[in-house]
Ligand binder design. Structure first.
Ligand SMILES: [Zn+2]
Ligand SMILES: [Zn+2]
Ligand SMILES: [Zn+2]
Length: 261
């Protein structure tokens, strides 16, 4: 509880309760490949990750039911723990831990300890460090889904021009929202043509166009109007690109989100 500020060792996700977990020796923090997947949500997994392997091993072998030190008679002595923590203190004070990963010095690290087998890079937008493989053209997932917030020029609803659309898809920033866009292509009025008598439609988009120009709405169908060389605007389909891959379920964003609510 000292190393994981205030968190009891047998707290876990979806456990039966701390007393049951103690009785069963059900310990949720991992050691190498040995893991239960039940580490409590929040920054605890990062705290654990930044401990030295020797300390993790000692805790794991003590708390886990099949651990080497789990049986009461086999528990490490106070002297043993003291040696482990003195070694840890030396590594911290000498700067060896922080040389490998500066988050080793934080009481609440914000991510897992750097894995030597991975390369890390800083997001071009927020500057936070991530596993380089999870970045898209140097931008993290959070920043890809974020972007410039503005309002629809027509109805005033809030819109977002995501960094994904802007920097990855190079899509343009739409002036109006999808609803307003779709409304433009719906029929505002049906009229019968003054010249040929056929029924023709005027869309909201066309009405908007004529209103803006200060023209009265047409009384002739498009065919008959064509003869007078008069055209109305056409709207190409609007595509809004969403960032497709959902964040991984156990990404640090979820963890941080869960922790801070
Ligand atoms: Zn970012
Ligand atoms: Zn709108
Ligand atoms: Zn006509």
């Amino acid at each position: 509880m000292i190393m994981h500020p205030g968190k009891p060792p047998y707290a876990m996700q979806d456990g039966e309760g701390i007393i049951e977990n103690i009785i069963k020796g059900d310990f949720s923090y991992p050691l190498g490949e040995r893991k239960t997947g039940k580490v409590p949500m929040g920054p605890w997994r990062f705290c654990w990750s930044h401990l030295t392997y020797k300390i993790k091993e000692a805790f794991y072998e003590t708390f886990w039911r099949d651990g080497m030190y789990h049986a009461e008679k086999k528990r490490p002595s106070t002297g043993h723990w003291l040696r482990l923590f003195n070694d840890y203190l030396n590594l911290l004070e000498s700067g060896k831990m922080s040389a490998q990963d500066e988050e080793a010095l934080l009481i609440f690290p914000t991510r897992f300890k750097r894995d030597k087998s991975k390369t890390y890079a800083k997001c071009k937008i927020c500057g936070k460090e991530y596993d380089a493989e999870t970045l898209e053209q140097g931008i993290c997932r959070t920043c890809l889904n974020d972007g410039e917030k503005y309002r629809c020029a027509n109805c005033g609803c809030e819109m977002i021009y995501t960094n994904y659309q802007k920097f990855i898809k190079h899509g343009k920033r739409h002036e109006i929202c999808r609803d307003c866009y779709e409304k433009r292509n719906t029929v505002y009025q049906r009229r019968s043509c003054k010249d040929c008598g056929r029924t023709f439609e005027i869309t909201y988009g066309e009405k908007e166009y004529f209103d803006k120009k200060g023209f009265a709405l047409p009384t002739r169908c498009e065919n008959c109007r064509g003869k007078q060389n008069f055209t109305t605007p056409t709207y190409t389909p609007l595509t809004i690109e969403a960032y497709p891959p959902p964040p991984k379920p156990n990404s640090i964003f979820d963890v941080i989100k869960n922790f801070f609510g």
